[in-house]
Design a binder for this molecule. Structure first.
Ligand code: THU
Length: 160
C-alpha cells in the first residue's frame, strides 16, 4: 500500500489588470461573449473565448434548454466551434467568466467536469497544453498552464 499525493500549480491574480495584454484581451472577449448567453433558467451567464495559434478568437456562451440536460456550457460551445471551424489549428488558451442575475460573481468561476473532460480531449489531440483563465464578474483570476491540471486521472483514448 502506498499513499500518494497529487499537487498542481496555478497562478492567482488579484485582478484582470495583472494579466498580460494578450490575456486581458482574451478575457474581454469572454466578457462580451457572456452577453449572448441564453440562460433563462439558471440566470447564470457564462462567456468563453478561445485563442488559436493563427490568432483567431472564437467565442462561446452557455445555451440552456427547457430540457435542462440538453443545455451546453460556454466552454464547450467555444471549443467545439473552434475545432469545427479550424480543425488543424492549435488552441492556445481559453478565458472563462460568468455573471449572475441573482448575485455578484466575485470569485473565479471554474469549469464543470464535463467541460474539463471535453477540453482535455483537445489538449490530447493537439499534443500541446491549453492555458486556462477563469474569472467571475470581478476580482481574482485563476490561471492554469494545462487542462490536465484540472482533471487528474483523466479518461482518454489510451484506455480504448
Ligand atoms: N456553465 C457553464 O457554461 N460553464 C461551466 O463550466 C459551469 C456551468 C453553465 C451551465 C448552465 O447554463 C449554467 O452555467 C448554470 O449551471
Amino acid at each position: 500500500m502506498q499513499k500518494r499525493k497529487l499537487e498542481f500549480n496555478y497562478t492567482m491574480f488579484d485582478s484582470l489588470e495583472e494579466l498580460s495584454s494578450k490575456q486581458q484581451h482574451l478575457m474581454q472577449c469572454a466578457i462580451s461573449a457572456r452577453e449572448n448567453a441564453y440562460a433563462p433558467y439558471s440566470k447564470f451567464k457564462v462567456g468563453a473565448a478561445v485563442i488559436l495559434s493563427n490568432g483567431e478568437i472564437v467565442i462561446g456562451s452557455n445555451q440552456e434548454n427547457a430540457s435542462y440536460p440538453a443545455g451546453v456550457c460556454a466552454e464547450r460551445v467555444a471549443m467545439l466551434y473552434a475545432s469545427a471551424k479550424f480543425p488543424d489549428i492549435k488552441i492556445e488558451a481559453i478565458a472563462i467568466t460568468a455573471t449572475s442575475i441573482n448575485h455578484k460573481v466575485d470569485s473565479p468561476v471554474t469549469s464543470c467536469g464535463i467541460c474539463r473532460q471535453s477540453m482535455a480531449e483537445y489538449e490530447q489531440k493537439q499534443k500541446f497544453p491549453i492555458e486556462i483563465l477563469m474569472m467571475g464578474e470581478i476580482g481574482q483570476v485563476i490561471q492554469c498552464d494545462s487542462v490536465l491540471d484540472l482533471i487528474p486521472f483523466a479518461f482518454d483514448s489510451s484506455f480504448l
